[in-house]
Design a protein around this ligand. Sequence first.
Ligand code: COA
Ligand code: AMP
Length: 658
Amino acid sequence: MTHPGTPRDQQPTTGEQAPTGGHQTADPYTRAAARAAEDPEGFWLEAAGLIDWTTPPTRALDDSRAPIYRWFPDGELNVCYNALDRHVIAGRGDDAALVYDSPVTDTVRTYTYAELTELTARFARVLADRGVGKGDRVIIYMPMIPEAVISMLACARLGAVHSVVFGGFSAHELAVRIDDTAPKAVISTSCGIERSRVIEYKPLLDRALELAEARPEFTVIVQRPQHPCTLVEGRDLDYAELMDATPEGAPCTPVKATDELYVLYTSGTTGRPKGIVRDSGGYATALAWSLPNLFDLHPGDTMFTASDVGWVVGHSYIVYAPLIGGVTTVLFEGKPIGTPDASTFFRVVSEHRANVFFAAPTAMRVIRKEDPEGAFMQQYDLSSVRGWFLAGERLDPDTYAWTTEKLAAATGRDIPVIDNWWQTETGWPIATNPIGLHRFPLKAGSPTKPVPGYQVEIVDAGGEPVPAGQDGLVVIRLPLPPGTMATVWGDDERFVSSYLSAFEGYYLTGDGGYLDEDGYVYVMGRTDDVINVAGHRLSTGTMEAAIAAHPAVAECAVIGVHDETKGQVPRAFVVLADGADTDAEALAGELVTLVRSEVGPVAALKRVDIVPALPKTRSGKILRKTMREIADHRSDVVVPSTIEDPEVLERMRGALEG
Ligand code: COA
Ligand code: AMP
C-alpha cells in the first residue's frame, strides 16, 4: 500500500500481491488487472487502505441495486481531511500543497498544507455559519484562482455537494445548473482573465440568477483587483471580509462513502446537460490508487495539470488526487499560448520542478503551431519530468510523434508521452500506460491498456463481441470500478437509460474504437452527437436548441467537423422558416452571437450555412453522420439507403466540402 508521507523508494503498491489464478509470474500491471477482475472486493478493499476513514469499510461492493452499484457501503470518511488535514497531522504542514502560477496576473504563490488547511477550514466555517451543511449544494463559478480550490475543499469539509461550472459557459447554462441542483449558495468572483482580456463574471452571475427559478440564499464573491464589481445588498457577500471576520475554522464532517462529493455537468446527446454524481469514498480510493500506479507520483512530488477546475481533469488531477496523495499541485491561470507565449508550460514545469505534466493534445498542437521546432522546450530545464500525459480528446499520432521527438531533443531522455482515455463519467482514466505499475511500449494513436478495474470490450450494434482490430462500440463490463459515476443527479432512470441499458451488464461509453491483438485500446471518436472542441466536450444538441429558437429558423443541424488545431469545430446548417425574409450573412452573424450568448464563447461556433433543406432518412432523422463524413472529406462516405431524397444531399455537398 502507498502511504502518504512514506518516502517513494519504500512504497509497495497495492495490486502487486499474488493474485488468484496463474498470474504470479506476470508483470505488476497484469497481476493487478487480473486481481481487480477476479477479486474486486479484495482488490478495492485493500486500495481503500490508502484513505483515512472515520469508519473503515468492511465491504467493497454493494450490488443490491444492480445495475447501479455502490462502493464501500458501510465506510465513512471526510474527503477534505484526506486531502489536507492528514498531511498536516503527519508532520508535512510546511510542505507545498498548491502553487498558484498566474502569468495573466504576474503572480506566483505557494500555499503549504498547513496554510491551505487553515484557509479551507475558515471558509468552511463561513459557509457553515450561513447554514450550509451536509448534503446542501453549492455552485462554484470561478476561474483558476486558489479560492476556487478552497471553495471546493470547504464544501467537501462540510459534506456539502459542490458543482463547479466552467467559466466559458454562458449565463443561461449557469442558470440551467442552478435550477437542476437548487444550491444554497453560489461562490463566484468579480472577473476572470482570458489572455489579456478581463471577463466580467458578475454580470453573468446576476443574469443567471435572474433566469433561474431556484433561489440560492446567498452568494460569496471574490473581488479581484483587476476588476472589482458591485455587490447586491443582502445577497452578495465579500469573500475577503467574511474570511477576515472568521478566525476559527470548521471541523471535518464525516460522510458516508456513498454520499455525494460533487455534481459535474457534462454534455449529452440532448440539449439538457447531465449532472454526473461522484461519491466520496470510492472516488477518494480510486484517485489515491491512481496516483502512484498510473502516474508514478508519490508524496513530495509535483503535478502540473494544465486543465481547468471546471472540467473533470481539473477536479481529479488539479484538486483531489494530488492533494489526497500528498503531492504538490500547480494551479495555472493561463493558456498554452499568449500568456505570454508558447514557452509558458515549459517555464512552469521547470520553475516548479513538475514530475508529471498533464494537458489536452490541442494544447500541444497550438504550441507546435507557434514553435514548430520546439525551441522553447530547449530553453527550460525539464529534467524533473517523468511523464507527459495528454487527455480530453484523441491524441493523434502526428502530435504524439512531434511531442515525443521534441521532448527527447530538449532533454536527451525518452520521456513517455502518454495518451489517457477517460470521461467526466468515469472520473479517472479508463485506459493509459500505467507507468507506476509497468511501462508498456507506446503505440501511436492508442491510450495503451485498460486500467485495472475496467474491463473494456468492443461490441457491434447488436451487442456481439467483435474480433481484435475491428471497429465497434466501446463498452465496459459492470460493475465499473470505484470513483466512476454514481448516477445522474436526481435521476437514476436517466443514468440507467443513457448508460446501462443498451447492453445488459455493460456501461456504454458513447465512444467507438477497437482493441488490437496485444490488448491495446484505440478510441477513435464519439458515436453520438457529442463533439470535442479544443479538449472541451460540447453537445451539438445544445447549440441546435439555441439556433432553433431564432424566429427565422425552420430547422437546423450542428455537426462537429475536423479542425487542425482544435480537433473539431462546430458548423451549423440552417433552413429558413417559410416567409423569412432575411439577409443570409446577417442571419449567420446573429446565430453565431446567439450561440455565444446562450451556450457560451467556448462553443466556438464560427460558421453557419443557410441551405434549402437538410438531408434526412425516410423516417425523418437528419443524416448528421453522413454530413460530417462529407465535411471531413472522407473517402469512404456511405450514404444510407434509407435516405429520403438524395438530391438534397447533393445540393448541400458544395457547402459541406467548402
Ligand atoms: N472563461 C471565459 N471565456 C473562456 C474561457 C473561460 N474559462 N475559456 C475559453 N473562453 C473563451 C475564449 O476566450 C474564446 O473566446 P473568443 O471567441 O472571444 O476568443 C472562446 O471561449 C473559445 O475558447 P477556446 O476554444 O479555448 O479557444 P482559444 O483560441 O481561446 O484557445 C486553446 C485554444 C487550445 C489554447 C484552449 O482551448 C485550450 O487551452 N484548450 C485545452 C482545454 C483543456 O484543458 N481541456 C481539459 C481537458 S484536459
Ligand atoms: P470529457 O467527459 O469532457 O472528459 O470528454 C470525454 C470524451 O472525450 C470521451 O468520451 C472521448 O470521446 C473523448 N476523449 C477523452 N480522452 C480521450 C482520449 N485519450 N482518446 C480519445 N478520446 C478521448
